[in-house]
Design a protein around this ligand. Sequence first.
Ligand code: FES
Length: 170
Amino acid sequence: MAFELSAETLSYIEKTIPRYPQKRSAIMMILHAIQKEKGLLSLEAQEWVAEKLDLAPIQVREVVTFYPFYREKPIGKRHIRVCRTLSCALNGGYKVCDAFKKEFHTELDEISPDGRVTVEFAECLASCGTAPVAMVDDQLYENLNEEQVAAICEQIKKETPAADTAGSKS
Ligand code: FES
C-alpha cells in the first residue's frame, strides 16, 4: 500500500517547506511531523520524504539514524527516556531506569508486555543540576528516586490503557 499521511500532516509539510531557503533544510521538521503521526519512520516514510525534498533515500536515512530521537521501530504508548549521562549516572540514573523496567516488567528498548511503555536510555536531557532525570513523552521529571518512579508508573497505568497487542502505536 502506498505511504499515506493525514491531511493535517500533509498541510503542515506543504507550509513548512517554503519557509526554508532550500527544500532539503526542512527535513528534520518533516521527519518530526511524520513520526508524530505514525509513531516511527518506516522505510516507506523515508522514501516519501526523499522524493518530497529531492534527496536520495540514503540522505534521509543518514539523518534518521544519526539522531536518537528518530525511531524506525514501534514503541509502547508512552515513551520513557532515562538520562544516563554523567550527573544522572552518578546520582542514580541506572537505578531509576531499573525501577521503570521493573514496574512494567520490561527490558530496555522493548515494548512492555502490556504495550504501555518503552523504556530507553537517553543522553543528557539538559537538566544536570536536578539529576537524575527522566522524560515521559514531553514531560521532564527531576530529582528522581525509586519511590517517585513508582508514583509516575502508577499514574501512567491509570492514564494509559493496556494495549490488546504490543506495538499498537505503529
Ligand atoms: S546528565 Fe542527565 S540531564 Fe544532564
